[in-house]
Design a protein around this ligand. Structure first.
Ligand code: FRU
Length: 487
């Protein structure tokens, strides 16, 4: 049987066995089994396409396929047949991460072929390939593959995750790579036709502190600045920074296409939660730069494996540039389509201690605005999905100017707390999206975001607002019951 058909059949069988307790209600997930990085984000013939690293045969990572879904509005998603299966000459052991472009009506996927030399010893080589489609559903790998057979000679064997875009008359590709000395970097290629590529040079390179490999690069212009997003492996934890196994963050600066000079500042993490990795962006027809990340982390506890599925994506987020050239991330405006019932709970109210709001909903958007001027509390915040025995706690500590997400009582027993600097003495505005097994926090218009998977018991519901040793002035507390798009 053909590889795609066989994979699709395995997936269809697995789908019937999925246990729904933690299934998300409005996030991108596969029908069953494993997914990791988002791939090939693109708007094609008006519709949004998302591909994903997928193992259709198992809840654990394995030979990578590309799963596929599309949406008209970035809110309601439709599953499509698996787009790529590994096992051909150039991708014997995996179709690894990559991107998609609309080449005059031909949807082109650019992906890494992963090939074992010795599986036991984890010896492999990687190359870059393309597959094309005219209907946006069925893809075929081209005869010219691999379009880039090997990395430059000063590289080691890590050579993956091509992100392609067009600038003037040429296509450009950034690829994640590493030097012979194991220093992470991103290299650049150029092509007139997506098939013949010439090596331009190194776009950016780290040092021993910035990891041994930079995965999933993305490079784009944002309001006159240039942003290189990377997912480095091997950066060591440093206080509140770099607490996850791997990070996703960015370098921002100025770029000259003529000289390939990228002058940039230091590496900044993009999100401060537990589960955020391998982010990719695309430009949509409205001119928005939209980011989607994998809402999990390598080697973390993933209790949904027991339920026959594993892995999900963040909500689509619009990326904009802040006043100090920092990146702001906010949910795309279409997500208000999810709102079913609005409950305006508090307006201009003073809370001292705890104030419990009963809610029976597990799919929620919460908007909480605290007035911090003359606030005498040490901290203010919200307990979500249960209190005391089980809860997810979001606290703003006024002296420390830190937003703290504590998931110790919602399934993250070890390494449960994340801290993020958020400087404000005036207002703390939180938009929080709660799904059955996730929390995404957008603070002060996307200045700080925190994304984590949580695993509360089904009947742990409710929200509690609190202030510690003082009063909290709440300008607004509203929540919405959100729609389950998968029902
Ligand atoms: C990032 C990554 C990529 C690779 C893919 C394999 O999470 O390791 O570098 O292409 O996952 O599934």
């Amino acid at each position: 049987m053909n590889k795609l058909k066989q994979a699709q059949e395995a997936l269809n069988n697995a789908k019937g066995k999925v246990n729904k307790r933690y299934r998300l209600g409005y996030h991108i997930m596969a029908p069953a089994n494993w997914i990791n990085d988002p791939n090939g984000l693109v708007q094609y013939k008006g519709e949004y396409h998302v591909f994903y690293q997928h193992h259709p045969y198992d809840v654990n990572w394995g030979p990578m396929h590309w799963g596929h879904m599309k949406s008209k509005d970035l809110v309601h998603w439709e599953h499509l047949p698996i787009a790529l299966a590994p096992g051909d000459t150039c991708d014997t052991d995996g179709c690894f991460s990559g991107s998609a472009v609309d080449n005059n009506g031909e949807l082109t996927l650019i992906y890494t072929g992963h090939n074992h030399i010795d599986k036991e010893k984890d010896l492999f080589y990687q190359n870059q390939n393309i597959a094309i489609s005219t209907d946006g559903i069925t893809f075929h790998k081209v005869a010219e593959n691999p379009v880039i057979p090997e990395p430059p000679t000063d590289s080691n064997h890590h050579f993956r995750d091509p992100k392609v875009w067009k600038h003037k008359d040429n296509w450009y590709m950034v690829v994640g790579n590493s030097t012979k000395e194991n220093v992470g970097r991103v290299i650049l290629y150029r092509s007139p036709d997506l098939r013949k590529w010439s090596y331009v040079g190194v776009l950016a390179q780290g040092n021993e502190k910035l990891g041994f490999m930079w995965e999933c690069p993305d490079f784009f212009e944002l309001d006159g600045k240039y942003v290189l997003m990377i997912s480095p492996q091997g950066i060591k934890k440093d206080g509140d920074l770099y607490n996850n196994l791997f990070q996703t963050g960015y370098l921002i600066g100025d770029y000259n296409y003529e000289t390939n000079e990228f002058i940039h500042g230091s590496f900044t993490e993009l999100d401060n939660g537990h589960d955020f990795y391998a982010v990719q962006t695309f430009l949509d027809e409205k001119g928005r730069r939209i980011a989607i990340g994998w809402m999990d982390m390598w080697e973390s506890d993933m209790p949904t494996k027991e339920d026959g599925w594993c892995g999900a994506y963040t909500l689509p987020r619009e990326i904009t540039l802040g006043e100090n050239d920092e990146i702001l991330m906010n949910p795309v405006e279409e997500l208000s389509l999810l709102r079913e019932i609005e409950h305006n709970i508090l307006t201009n109210t003073v809370v001292s201690g705890d104030s419990l709001i009963e809610t029976k909903e597990d799919l929620l958007e919460i908007k909480a605005v605290f007035d911090l001027t003359n606030c005498n509390s040490q901290s203010v915040g919200l307990r979500i999905r249960g209190v005391n025995q089980e809860e997810t706690v979001l606290t703003y500590h006024l002296d420390k100017q830190k937003l703290i997400l504590d998931c110790s009582k919602s399934g993250k027993v070890e390494d449960s707390v994340r801290n993020a600097i958020l400087r404000t003495n005036e207002e703390l505005s939180l938009r929080i999206f709660i799904d059955r097994s996730s929390i995404e926090v957008f603070a002060n218009e996307g200045q700080t975001t925190m994304t984590s998977r949580i695993y509360p018991t089904e009947n742990r519901l409710g929200i509690e607002v609190f202030s510690d040793s003082g009063e909290a002035k709440i300008k607004e507390l509203t929540y919405w019951k959100l729609k389950d798009i998968w029902k």
